[in-house]
Design a protein around this ligand. Structure first.
Ligand SMILES: Cc1cc2nc3c(=O)[nH]c(=O)nc-3n(C[C@H](O)[C@H](O)[C@H](O)COP(=O)(O)OP(=O)(O)OC[C@H]3O[C@@H](n4cnc5c(N)ncnc54)[C@H](O)[C@@H]3O)c2cc1C
Length: 550
């Protein structure tokens, strides 16, 4: 490897990684600081990279519960937003509270949430997900409406919503803006390698970057650095550059640990007793044409009192692969999804797998379903195809009406921050090992939140749950079905001291004066929420901080 000529500029800011976090940080910083020079270094170059050395050097210890590296992230301008679903969810107050269920080890607090709120509108602009209002009670046209006839809010709520992005592919959406912005220099096809040790004052002045194709190295000098390479790669860069912590008594114990995702799957259906036409099973459309969707959630008090992990549960279709649903449109979509080539075009692999469960089964019965329900088996998917693939603001998902008023329930639950779930470097100092497993408490909490929902629906007289598994089988079923790796967080958590975390409350790396992390790796808890919207909010806040901090 040669060290080739340095890039002869002292940048004001060097950002590593051009996913949503890196792009928002760059554009926001530029907006606040016209004339300041920004370098955005991105590993991926071009669109169709079938293989890359980063993903090839990841070893996952428990593939049953963790997707393959190629299904978890993307490389290139826009990062993993190239395949993300676009679901924008806000974290809840409970996620920022001390709770015994998470071991009273919550290293961020209510003040962090309060400090983020002013940045929600700007982040929502980048995500193109409408006004950042996440409760239907605060939206006039939906106030007082409910998920199903007879539902009453209590310990269970139905008014918190997820919002949906276009889905915005940050690469294609913002590449022109990045190109036109003279002060932002995008360098694609380069990987961050060695970072200089901080001086006694904690200042790092340069990092080495390596050309991914030629392996030649260059040096970048900058006044400040932001690592925004996604959770696994940001963590790998820090594990490889432990000299960054040389001004501390020791390397932060939390580095690489507390890796979290979400527990997710389906174990029950809900049957509502009221008028099926009054069930809000699909998307709501705001006045600005953005899509919203309800979810069942639980109040903070209830979760705290009952020692439960934060959980969202939403209405879903029955399992596609099982022809017993007798729905012609679903059968057609399932067959399309398992058709080689076509299936890959319809959804990214991890999403497709979550729909088909990797099963190729009952083809004849699926065909019978299609024939029995003609022409609807064709017209419904055709209308969905048009809305989902041909419109600019795409229909974010497919949820079908049930005349029986019966829907599958999809749970999406917080995962305990466990020290033993971790990322660490192999002896070659290149391979990133990922140890990831579910705790029994994760699974028990999912079971208990379902019981609480069932109890509440029965109490309202609105409906009840029907389980797909017996009491003795449900635990193992959840353990077997839940897979993540798409919503990575926790490995560089923020905390008020290096004894408990890796970055401070401003996202500055402990032990340095000018190295920051902008990634969901800084979240100490995973909540029920998908991570990216909040990450955009953090990016907006960081850009402001970099502007105002001395
Ligand atoms: C199939 C799928 C669906 C998803 N759906 C949702 C959803 O609906 N809602 C949601 O909130 N989240 C979703 N996510 C998660 C979401 O995509 C991520 O949270 C988000 O992309 C993280 O943004 P980021 O900028 O931190 O990292 P990334 O988007 O991963 O971008 C990081 C960038 O850094 C670059 N990089 C990595 N290492 C280096 C290096 N050493 N040097 C230089 N550059 C480097 C990478 O090439 C990449 O471009 C989904 C993820 C997947 C896989």
């Amino acid at each position: 490897m040669n060290l080739i000529h340095p890039l002869n500029i002292l940048y004001d800011l060097c950002i590593v990684g051009a996913g949503p976090a890196g792009i928002i940080t760059a554009l926001e910083y530029c907006r606040y600081n016209p004339g300041k020079k920004i370098l955005l270094v991105e590993y991926g170059r071009g669109r169709n990279q079938h293989h890359n050395a980063l993903d090839d050097s990841i070893k996952i210890d428990n593939p049953a519960n963790h997707y393959h590296p190629y299904e978890c992230t993307n490389k290139g301008l826009g990062g993993t937003s190239a395949t993300w679903g676009g679901r924008c969810v806000m974290y809840d107050e409970i996620d920022f509270m001390e709770r015994s269920v998470t071991g009273d080890d919550c290293t961020w607090g209510a003040d962090v949430l309060a400090g983020l709120r002013p940045y929600l509108p700007k982040a929502a602009e980048y995500f193109e997900c409408g006004e950042p209002i996440f409760n239907l009670k605060d939206i006039e046209e939906f106030r007082g409406t409910h998920i199903a006839e007879g539902f009453v809010e209590g310990i269970v709520t139905d008014s918190v919503v997820e919002r949906w992005s276009m889905p915005t592919r940050f690469g294609s959406r913002y590449s022109n803006r990045l190109k036109k912005t003279r002060d932002i220099h995008v360098l694609q096809g380069f990987e961050i390698r060695d970072m200089q040790s901080p001086n006694a004052a904690g200042t790092v002045t340069s990092v080495k970057i390596r050309n991914v194709s030629t392996a030649t190295e260059s040096e970048v000098t900058a006044k400040r650095f932001v690592l925004a390479a996604g959770t696994q790669e940001t963590t790998r860069a820090l594990l490889r550059n432990k000299q960054l912590f040389k001004n501390l008594d020791s390397i932060p114990e939390a580095l690489g640990h507390y890796y979290q995702g979400h527990i997710s799957g389906k174990v029950a259906s809900v049957v509502f007793h009221g008028n099926p036409q009054k069930t809000d099973y699909g998307f709501l459309k705001g006045k600005d044409k953005t899509y919203l969707r309800r979810r069942f959630q639980f109040t903070s008090n209830f979760l705290k009192e009952q020692n439960l992990l934060n959980t969202a549960i939403w209405l879903d279709n029955p399992l596609y692969y099982n022809p017993a649903h007798r729905n012609g449109a679903m059968s057609l979509m399932y067959l399309a999804m398992i058709t080689p080539v076509l299936g890959k075009k319809l959804a990214p692999p991890a999403i497709a797998e979550s729909i088909t469960k990797g099963m190729r089964t009952g083809v004849k019965r699926h065909i019978l379903n299609i024939l029995r329900e003609l022409p609807h088996s064709l017209t419904i998917p055709a209308a969905i195809f048009y809305k989902r693939y041909l419109l600019k603001r795409k229909l974010p998902g497919v949820f079908l009406f049930s005349p029986e008023n019966k829907y599958a329930l999809h749970f999406h639950a917080e995962q305990l921050p466990q020290y033993r779930n971790r990322m660490y470097l192999g002896e070659d100092r290149e391979t990133l090992h990922i140890d990831y497993s579910l705790a029994d408490e994760d699974i028990r909490s999912v079971i208990r939140t379902h019981e609480a929902l069932d109890h509440w629906l029965r109490e309202c007289g609105c409906g009840e749950l029907q389980y797909w598994f017996g009491e003795d089988a449900i635990f193992e079923a959840i353990k077997g079905m839940s897979r993540d790796g798409m919503h990575q967080s926790g490995t560089t958590r923020m905390a008020e001291s290096p004894a408990r975390g890796v970055v401070d409350m401003d996202l500055k790396l402990w032990g340095t004066k000018n190295v920051y992390i902008c990634s969901s790796s800084v979240y100490p808890t995973s909540g029920q929420a998908n991570p990216t919207f909040l990450l955009g909010v953090f990016a907006c806040r960081l850009a402001k901080h970099l502007t105002t901090a001395p």
